[in-house]
Design a protein around this ligand. Structure first.
Ligand code: SAH
Ligand code: SF4
Length: 375
């Protein structure tokens, strides 16, 4: 039986630098302890205060009492022949989330696909996570915990030149901007030198278009932004991405412009366009898309729909996919098809848990392909 009288220990894993500093001040310690402990946690993968030898014995003992470093439990871990590593992680309430680390073919990158929620409330018609409904938001510790677990599997890492995880994409389960208060601290840790030290171009948040939160994100962080557009007219997008009824395409693209203006550099928005047979894969759709994006500094990624049972949609043929790509090329857009090899095509987004072995490979190919021009 759990002892309900025991005081709750603070989990340091998901704390940003500011939060950790406030924590140390609250226990009567100096702020600089935060940087020391963060390095132990995120650089060394250490979860044991006793091993933190640059802290006094008294402080280590105190930390044992009032704090903990608790990451998700690893339920499954595997490496496939192409080097893709995958984990099924158990979070607080016994839910599972999946994290996949995909090495680039040239060996230069290792991209981690991270989940932000268990399930998703937005119910996009072509997404299996959406079909599962929403269970709950992940905490900051559970989000950064995915990066922690993946990084730890490579052992201690003083050598920042050889990082286990070089890129993160928030493209696992869930809508990250509907879990803003946990996603932002986790992303701050990804960027912090005492955390994972990733550059803002190597951390990508993908959203289906929660406009007010895009504005808020732009005020706080300037990570790379990917927009799940999938349709170039409101009628069709209302059907595929119901959130469009609240924030229509024009409103969304205006928010993208504001975001880029805040970044103040040469950044491009990534436009994700999932191609669905006979739904959005015709020439008129390519024309509309090109017209729509005329003013927006962006790159388009074409993602052939990844079928799942009872979705009611089909993946377009390879020929049709290439025709669509050619139509865009004729209109001035180089739009890579984000699938590479194999006879099946990848999807992100929560189709993994429960069918781990079968699904992760496709997922991995998708993530591998979308990161090709992320440098
Ligand atoms: N909720 C966020 C991030 C997770 S989804 C978002 O929607 O952007 C990551 C990407 O996978 C999104 O572009 C999403 O539209 C796409 N996706 C979801 N289900 C898919 C499927 N069955 N086939 C192809 N792409 C899919
Ligand atoms: Fe949610 Fe993204 Fe899936 Fe839409 S595509 S249901 S926003 S996870």
């Amino acid at each position: 039986m759990t002892d309900t009288t025991a005081p709750q220990r603070s989990n340091l894993l998901g704390m940003t630098r500011e939060e950790m500093e406030a924590f140390f001040l609250s226990i009567g310690e100096k702020k600089f302890r935060a940087a020391q402990v963060m390095k132990w946690i995120h650089h060394e993968g250490c979860a044991d205060f006793a091993a933190m030898t640059n802290l006094s014995k008294a402080l280590r003992a105190r930390l044992e009492e009032v704090a903990e470093i608790r990451g998700p439990g690893v339920v499954y871990e595997g490496t496939s022949s192409d080097g893709t590593r995958k984990w099924v992680l158990e979070v607080e309430d016994g839910s599972y989330v999946e994290t996949v680390l995909i090495p680039a073919e040239n060996g230069k990158r290792r991209t981690l696909c991270v989940s932000s929620q268990v399930g998703c409330s937005l119910d996009c018609s072509f997404c299996s996570t959406g079909k599962q409904g929403f269970q709950r938001n992940l905490t900051a510790a559970e989000i950064i915990g995915q990066v922690w677990v993946a990084s730890n599997s490579f052992g201690p890492r003083n050598d920042t030149a050889n990082r286990p995880v070089t890129n993160v994409v928030m493209m696992g389960m869930g809508e990250p901007l509907l879990n803003y208060d946990n996603v932002v601290p986790a992303m701050k840790l990804m960027l912090d030198d005492n955390g994972y030290g990733l550059s803002k171009r190597r951390v990508t948040l993908s959203t289906s278009g929660v406009v007010p939160m895009i504005d808020r994100l732009g005020d706080e962080l300037d990570v790379s932004l990917a927009i799940s557009l999938h349709a170039a007219n409101d009628e069709l997008r209302n059907e595929l991405v119901p959130l469009n009824r609240k924030y229509d395409i024009r409103t969304l693209l205006d928010a993208c412009q504001r975001y880029l203006a805040k970044c103040g550099d040469t950044r491009l928005i990534t436009i994700e366009y999932t191609l669905i047979k006979d739904v959005n894969d015709q020439q008129q759709h390519a024309r509309q898309l090109a017209e729509l994006l005329e003013e927006l500094p962006c790159k388009i990624n074409l993602i052939p729909f990844n079928p799942f049972p009872h979705s009611g949609y089909e993946k377009p043929s390879r020929n049709q996919t290439m025709r669509f790509q050619q139509w865009l090329a004729d209109l001035g857009y180089t739009a890579p098809i984000r699938s590479t090899r194999g006879d099946d095509i990848d999807a992100a987004c929560g189709q993994l848990v429960g069918r781990v072995k079968d699904r992760t490979k496709r997922h991995a190919r998708y993530i591998q392909s979308i990161q090709i021009d992320a440098d």
